[in-house]
Design a protein. Structure first.
Length: 440
């Protein structure tokens, strides 16, 4: 590779996040020769449309016309990737792929989902007409009374287009699911004159709950992962809690996928208790407090709860349930599941995931480790996030994100522009998928 292009890369870096912006700039400074790039404040600063150009900005700020028209332009997102980042699309992506490839890692690495659409609680029965898996589960659980709730089959409900853990609920019966939707329904009456008031109530509901069914109508329900692997978070070494693994994944071109090996462990705010021992119905405040034992998304935690709830995956302790070597086994599962997920989206859902040869994107994949009946550990994909919230990492672990962006420059920016980077590669980016989709 040449040490620097004849015309310097004109880099528009405006991530609109004070936590991330300096880390991107630092990564460019560390990995790119100073003469190889020039920072600009707008694409109007480009000498010509053919000038080598890097856009590293928020999704809504990307100039797609310029990206599509210039072979020397590179941007930090794909324009279409719903097959990954929307829960109901991801559910379809996985289900279709498993049907075609029953031996795929996704067979064990993702819980089967039931998808349905509903606007208001009164239409829930119609929405569930074809939800055979749910109905069969409820039928099996009917024989268990309220004092035998631990014998029921539990499910987790997720709005298909929400993020940051909003709107997640647990249920084990049709009555409990109905109650969830009734809680979300804005109060209204049949008088058209009150339609505006109903909209106002809906707005208030959205502020309180983070979701209302009249605005987010796609949902997925999945079997609840129980028992999860419980470990002690950094801030509470004597209180084992539920956690999930945040894995940063870089997709480049069409299509290579790499995992950033330094991963995070994000812990729930409260010690774990099974859902059947949890009071979800008494009041909204009690439910929210109870859910803190189940939800591991730190975006939902108060600042006091968040302290000590984020750690490094590779620093997690061993335990009786997770003996020595378990982290290597889990990482191997994560690699297989990640590769299968992106290939399933690219090859099986090409309309809804279209990798561009002159684009790259960082995704945040969330995984949970469950304990199987034979005591073996099994890793499950929970969701795929676009433009993940890097601030969840916190100040103490900001070096993890700094290293991630250096890896992004190494894997995505340097090869595209034919620039030889400064210093040695860290080796933290682990390639898990390299396929040719024929897009040039």
């Amino acid at each position: 590779m040449a040490s620097a292009p004849e015309t310097p890369i004109h880099a528009l870096i405006n991530y609109e996040d004070p936590y991330v912006q300096p880390l991107i700039l630092s990564a460019l400074e560390k990995r790119l020769p100073a003469s190889s790039y020039k920072l600009i404040s707008s694409l109007t600063d480009l000498p010509s449309p053919s000038t080598p150009c890097l856009q590293f900005v928020q999704y809504e700020s990307i100039d797609w016309d310029h990206l599509m028209s210039s072979p020397k332009a590179l941007a930090n997102a794909y324009v279409i990737r719903k097959a990954l980042i929307r829960k109901h699309y991801l559910s379809t992506t996985i289900a279709n792929w498993i049907t075609k490839y029953p031996d795929s890692a996704l067979k064990r690495g993702a819980k089967p989902s039931v998808e349905f659409e509903v606007d208001y609680a009164e239409f829930l029965d119609d929405a569930l007409v074809e939800a055979w898996e749910l109905k069969e589960s409820w039928a099996r659980s009917e024989r268990f009374a309220d004092d035998e709730r631990e014998k029921r089959e539990w499910w987790i409900l997720k709005p298909g287009m929400s993020d940051r853990g909003q709107g997640i609920r647990l249920f084990s019966s049709e009555e409990e699911l109905t109650a969830i939707f009734e809680e979300w329904d804005p109060e209204s009456d049949d008088d058209d004159d009150d339609e505006q008031d109903a909209r106002s109530d809906a707005d208030d509901a959205e502020k309180d709950e983070g979701i209302i069914t009249s605005q987010l109508r796609h949902f997925v329900a999945q079997p609840y992962i129980h028992p999860p692997l419980l470990l002690a978070p950094p801030g509470a070494p004597s209180q084992p809690r539920k956690f999930h693994i945040r894995t940063y994944v870089l997709a480049t071109g069409a299509l290579q996928v790499s995992i950033y090996k330094p991963m995070l462990a994000l812990f729930a705010a409260r010690p774990y208790s099974p859902p059947w021992e949890t009071d979800f119905a008494s009041s909204a405040d009690q439910r929210d407090a109870a859910m803190r034992a189940h939800l591991t998304n730190t975006c939902l935690q108060a600042s006091g709860d968040r302290d000590g709830s984020v750690g490094l995956f590779w620093d997690l302790p061993d335990s009786a349930a997770a003996p020595r070597g378990w982290k290597d086994d889990v990482f191997a599962q994560i690699q297989s599941i990640t590769a299968a997920t992106f290939e399933a989206a690219a090859r099986g859902m090409g309309v809804h995931f279209q990798p561009l040869p002159n684009a790259f994107e960082i995704f945040g994949l969330d995984f949970m480790v469950g304990i199987e009946d034979d005591s073996a550990l099994n890793t499950y994909l929970l969701e795929v996030n676009a433009f993940p919230d890097f601030r969840q990492t916190g100040g103490e672990l900001s070096g993890v994100i700094a290293g991630l962006f250096e890896g992004v420059v190494e894997e995505a920016v340097l090869p595209f522009f034919g620039v030889e980077g400064r210093g040695e590669k860290s080796g933290d980016m682990v390639r898990v998928l390299d396929i040719d989709l024929g897009r040039r």
